[in-house]
Ligand binder design. Structure first.
Ligand code: DOR
Ligand code: ZN
Ligand code: ZN
Length: 428
């Protein structure tokens, strides 16, 4: 079985490569990258004017299964990932039951295997029952296939639990993924606290609610020598804390979402609950700082925090609406349209932030076009123009503030293990 990706712009930041070339896949493996590769007996993908990239990895998604299948399940979530241009996702453990034991990890892996589309790497909880009191059986979770631990959805309130988590995971060389939120400060806040929350009459969540926890977790990583990874980082001062910590040699990494990079708190003016998310959309000043941090290397990767919700949870009073954005199917187009085409982010950096960026944080086998590597590829058509139509999403979560927008630059073909799994918005 030979598949030839012909004449595309091959971008592989892991190998400092950015050149128009052919790429040959044989039996699921990348076997050759070069000019004018012999195409005898091969199926050919015409990739002229396309970007040929290592398979994109989304290290932060909520697949909702087990327990919340009415919001999303492993089949629909991985279909959404495939059409969104992702060849692998890491799924958060705030399911029901939560992922705090080996049988639940095995359940997810089996379901993902059966779905047979993209790779699914489970994340286990930091605390038993995600209750924040007692450390999970981390060794069991890792032995069953978890790639990291996180209590995402909630902060780890007790500093001592976070300390133990960092101490323990250090032995295994995996990061602790932290949802940084001081709940005393965020309380029942509805949006970013600032000028627009005052104008709109909505209770605010101050940037400090995030920053206090970022500062605490960095200090605990410093104390223990563990690796702290900051989820959905969204404020200017959180970035500053990460920069200072790195300069001191602290093992800290961070991710940012497409929505925090491109949407500001001003849009809450029409009270669209699809734009209600935690952490909240921030002000223009924070967005500018995030974009600069993408370019200067402070931010290690882009992750969607794909948080599908049921219609009822969003079609209600703004104050009661659930927080979260269904992000898998718009991430690439949003970044391409809003940042790359606008000259705010180099396409090469975009590829890095979606591929070897997340792979390096988690030590995953992927994010590269090494010869001999498993053929996971994301091919992007930078000229494709399409409207965001949530009713056509593969995801059950139609909750997107990007609905109706016309974006330029979409995933063209997604290849996993040498097999085409999605093409131009459809599952193959
Ligand atoms: O908006 C969010 N939704 N933020 C989170 O941290 C959790 C997520 C969810 O699970 O819905
Ligand atoms: Zn979170
Ligand atoms: Zn999340």
């Amino acid at each position: 079985m030979r598949l030839l990706v012909k004449g595309g712009r091959v971008i592989d930041p892991d190998n400092d490569l950015d050149q128009i070339m052919d790429l040959l896949i044989e039996d699921g493996i990348i076997s050759q990258i070069g000019i004018d590769i012999d195409q005898t007996g091969a199926e050919v993908i015409d990739a002229r004017n396309m970007l040929v990239c290592p398979g994109f990895i989304d290290m932060h998604v909520h697949l909702r299964e087990p327990g919340f299948e009415y919001k999303e399940d492993i089949v629909t979530g991985t279909r959404a990932a495939a059409v969104g241009g992702f060849t692998a996702v890491c799924c958060m453990p705030n399911t029901q039951p939560v992922v705090d034991s080996a049988p639940v990890v095995r359940f997810i892996r089996e379901k993902a295997e059966k779905a047979g589309l993209v790779r699914v790497y489970p994340i286990g909880t930091i605390s038993k029952g995600q209750a924040g009191q007692e450390l999970s059986e981390v060794a069991d979770l890792l032995a069953a296939g978890c790639v990291a631990i996180s209590d995402d959805g909630k902060p780890v309130v007790k500093a001592n639990v976070m300390r133990n988590a960092l101490e323990y995971t250090k032995m295994f060389g995996i990061p602790v993924l932290s949802h940084c939120e001081d709940m005393e400060l965020s309380q029942d806040g509805q949006m970013h606290e600032g000028y627009f929350s005052t104008i709109y009459g909505l209770k605010g969540i101050p940037a400090a609610a995030e920053e206090l926890m970022v500062a605490r977790d960095i200090r605990l990583a410093e104390l223990t020598g563990g690796h702290i990874h900051i989820c959905h980082l969204s404020t200017k001062d959180s970035l500053e804390l990460v920069r200072q910590a790195r300069a001191r040699g602290v093992n800290v990494s961070c991710e940012v979402t497409p929505h925090h990079l491109t949407l500001s708190d001003e849009i809450l003016g029409d009270y669209d609950s699809d734009a209600k998310v935690n952490p909240p959309l921030r002000s223009a000043e924070h967005i500018q700082a995030l974009i600069e941090a993408l370019q200067d290397g402070t931010i290690d990767c882009i992750a969607t925090d794909h948080a599908p919700h049921h219609r009822e949870a969003k079609d209600c009073e703004f104050q009661l609406a659930a927080m979260g954005i269904s992000g898998l199917e718009t991430a690439v187009a949003v970044i391409m349209d809003r940042l790359v085409q606008e000259g705010q982010l180099d396409v090469y950096d975009m590829v890095r932030l979606f591929s070897c960026g997340p792979a390096d944080i988690l030590g995953l086998d992927g994010g590269t076009l090494n010869i001999g590597a498993r053929a996971d590829l994301t091919i992007i058509d930078p000229a494709a123009v399409r409207k965001v139509e949530p009713e056509k999403f593969q995801s059950k979560g139609k909750n997107t503030p990007f609905k109706g927008q016309i974006l330029t630059g979409w995933p063209y073909i997604t290849i996993v293990n040498g097999k085409i799994v999605a093409r131009e918005g459809s599952i193959v």
